[in-house]
Design a protein around this ligand. Sequence first.
Ligand code: TYD
Length: 132
Amino acid sequence: MSLVKRISFKNLGDSRGDLVSFEENKNVPFSIERVYCIINTALGESRGFHAHKELKQVLICLKGSCDLLLDNGKLRESVKLDSFQSGVFIDSFLWREMHNFSSDCVLLVLASHKYDESDYIRDYSEFLKVIK
Ligand code: TYD
């Protein structure tokens, strides 16, 4: 079983350029309550290093690339995000880290809930305890 749940987004573009659409409960498997973007990540910096208790997310790299590492406490899997036509669904209770951001990387995150710090598990040993 792969931890990486890919979602394909159709390119609705034409000769004028590309266009991609994200619709809640259609090509995104939850109601979207929040959208945020990770941009201009400093060279060599990584992000994430947490899991969520409730939150579900879809990550789409609109420009450039980065590596997404997913970990369920048993398996660790890494995937390159480098296309606006391919997102990754991250369910709750999955540890995630993002590495190797290209300088032009624009990472779009669609999230099922509003920001709530109490939903985060930021300590890896606590994550391992919680998922047991
Ligand atoms: P954080 O989730 O730690 O970033 P990442 O996991 O991508 O490295 O968020 C960084 C800071 O921004 C932290 O202080 C919380 C704040 N934040 C919000 O206020 N709202 C949000 O929607 C997000 C994602 C973060």
